[in-house]
Design a protein around this ligand. Structure first.
Ligand code: CAA
Length: 253
């Protein structure tokens, strides 16, 4: 596919995807979902970690309001289901996914960032779910993911007030994991990515899966999943890592 909105760069196992619809603040339109869906189902095998970022002043300023305004209730529901499904594909990738939030992450943009495994933000990032200003509600998983990520009261506060918050405030709420100067955003995110890629690759995948899938299970089931995955690493990558530790050597995975 010839991408018109996404720009991709693959280097040292890290696939960086930049959303480049700058004139519309990277608002998510139908073409974005076509491109993102294609990318997610055709990830190059060399891509071991995905970084999602935006070009210009915005990470993503939300779903494209111009595309939504005339929809009927049934079309609105479909629009929501489509976005939810693409964001679930991001969440369900077995490789780690980091959002490098460079600017406005509003509505569907905040929801996209929340579908990633964690978020690194620049000091110029702004987060919010302003949908109630438009007489709608978050429709790309925001009501569900935000409450799970930062708790019911924080989600209620942000979604019901539509308040836009700074990166520092988002850090305080646990919505982002680190805040850096704008010129250091990609460099810092790539360093974090490289650090993750230096670890046991199977262990990283299974840890991600246990956290993600465990959240959708009752606690005892989540613990069983953890034990199974823990066990599967023995006489496997775990043996390599633990024996290297005991021999005071670096593991060679
Ligand atoms: N959809 C469509 N176009 C958008 C957009 C969006 N979400 N956000 C910005 N744009 C467009 C503007 O209409 C404007 O276009 P024109 O140049 O053709 O007029 C262009 O991007 C630049 O935007 P502004 O002039 O508004 O730039 P600004 O710097 O003054 O403000 C902003 C930036 C605060 C991000 C402001 O654009 C804004 O509030 N955007 C809308 C944010 C929003 O409400 N997002 C939620 C969308 S609904 C949603 O996402 C639902 C869901 O969960 C599925």
């Amino acid at each position: 596919m010839d991408y018109t909105i996404l720009k991709t760069d693959l280097s040292e196992g890290i696939l960086t995807v930049t959303i480049t619809r700058e004139k519309a603040m990277n608002a998510l339109n139908a073409r974005f979902f076509e491109e993102m869906d294609y990318l997610l189902t055709n990830l190059p095998t060399e891509a071991k970690l995905l970084i999602i970022t935006g070009a210009g002043k915005a990470f993503v300023a939300g779903a494209d309001i111009a595309e939504m305004a005339d929809k009927t209730p049934a079309e609105g529901e479909q629009f929501s289901l489509l976005g939810q499904s693409t964001f679930c594909k991001i969440e369900n990738l077995n490789i780690p996914v980091i959002a490098a939030v460079n600017g406005y992450a509003l509505g569907g943009g905040c929801e996209l960032a929340m579908a990633c495994d964690f978020r690194i933000a620049s000091t110029s990032a702004v987060f919010g779910q302003p949908e109630v200003n438009l007489g709608i509600i978050p429709g790309y998983g925001g009501t569900q993911r935000m409450a799970r990520l930062i708790g019911k009261a924080n989600a209620m506060y942000l979604i019901l007030t539509a308040e836009m918050i700074t990166a520092q405030e988002a850090l305080r709420m646990g919505l982002v994991q680190k805040v850096v100067e704008p010129n250091l955003l990609l460099e810092t995110t790539r360093k974090i990515a490289a650090n993750i890629l230096s670890k046991g690759p199977k262990a990283v995948t299974l840890a991600k899966m246990a956290i993600r899938d465990g959240l959708n299970m009752p606690f005892p089931e989540g613990q069983k999943l953890e034990a199974r995955q823990f066990g599967s690493l023995f006489k496997n990558e775990g043996e390599v890592g633990m024996k290297a530790f005991l021999a005071k050597q670096k593991p060679s995975w």
